[in-house]
Design a protein around this ligand. Sequence first.
Ligand code: SAH
Ligand code: SF4
Ligand code: F3S
Length: 471
Amino acid sequence: MSQLSENRIKTVSPQEIEKQREYAELVAEMLMSEYPEGAKAFVHTYGCQGNVADGERIEGMLVSMGYSLTGDVNSADLILFNTCAIREHAEDRLYGNVGALKVLKKAKPNLRILLCGCMMQQKHAVEKIKKSYPFVNIVFGTHVLHKLPEMLYRNLCTGKRVFEITDEPGVIAENLPVHRDSSFKAWLPIMYGCNNFCSYCVVPYVRGRERSRDPQAVIEEARCLVKQGYKDITLLGQNVNSYGKGTDYNFARLLREINGIEGDFVIRFMTSHPKDCTTELLDTMAQCEKVAKHLHLPFQSGNNRVLKEMNRGYTREKYLELLDYAYKVMPDLSVTADVIVGFPGETYDEFLDTVSLVEKAGFTSMYTFIFSSRPGTKAAQMPDPVSREEKGRWFNELLQAQEKAADIRTSSMVGRTFRVLCEGINKNGLIEGRTQGNVIIEFPGSTGLIGTFANVKVTESLIWILKGELL
Ligand code: SAH
Ligand code: SF4
Ligand code: F3S
């Protein structure tokens, strides 16, 4: 991918990665004298799967520095929040959770508190942390994640707060240690950043420009995961359909190559952007037996004027045409989507176009959000006359429409048998798994099934979740 080096995206050099490995060793030594019994780290990630994948790299680096990971915040010697900025609610929650750490820090002055992720790429948030949360030790942005060992070393040596936030097009850091949360489901980032600037969205500002990892690096990572026994691999990017843009390599080709890796596993991917979703990609999905017949294709609005104001780059008609084609080549396809209710200036009639799209599309499930104004985005400048209460009513109306659609979809699965990845035991003491189409199914079975595929016959549908029996 020579194109990548031609623009301003930096690939972190192997020397830099090696330097960070050396810092990690220094930190490990210092921690050994400070915590002879071992230091513990608590990591919490907010937001999307891309952020979760970052969190797994952060955990990998912390483990390489000698920390053991704990789920108990009270016993931790280091607490790290990997933040999200997508909606105001995500930010408010973060401030609440950081504020609550003040008491812990008082009781344990050596506790180190770290904040990173998308919110820390926003000036207003960093200023607030600087001023109002003096007990936070290290703050770093999304482009310097690989420097965590160096930042921690600096803080350990000087005791001073570290703020490392750079505003750049973005970097690609390969070969960082990873601590994966699951032993059978894996996140595999294939690209970072976003160039689309949908008018409501903060991601392009906090994640930098779109950049694709080298296909060989991605394929090699997939191969390793399969070798280690991973059964479910999700390829991640904000817009995977534009993977490799500007080169002669595209996402369909990547899918085919990963599909060619020997082994029993399922390939998933998200998120697909309708403007870059091609019939070539849908044909490839249909032809690749390991690719789950599940498409997460956010549409955001069913009204053409609103779509245009959102800068989405497609129309309602184009979206429905894509779905038609997708269902034609994959009759069993399960489609899920994201939608925003109450975009600035959206009228009730325009909102009804969203409802009618939902009635037509046959989504299995949908993530519905009320518009949240994000500082710095274009939509934040637009007049927004509809009240929050009114938007709440529209939101409920949309949920009802989707509930009907989901009911039709999952009811049609009763009596059929699906190959399910068993993921754990749920609160009813049943095995919980997911179909290829990402529908949750519960059934009686032994814990030995966890992490394996099982054939399960659907006996009952409860709209969002299925009940079944093991064959
Ligand atoms: N890259 C993906 C979306 C990532 S963000 C895509 O383009 O489809 C996940 C979802 O959050 C979006 O699909 C959108 O529905 C929602 N979202 C993003 N910004 C939002 C905002 N300002 N207010 C409400 N919802 C938002
Ligand atoms: Fe945000 Fe649009 Fe990029 Fe998705 S494609 S991350 S919604 S700007
Ligand atoms: Fe949130 Fe950043 Fe993801 S803003 S949704 S964590 S890219």
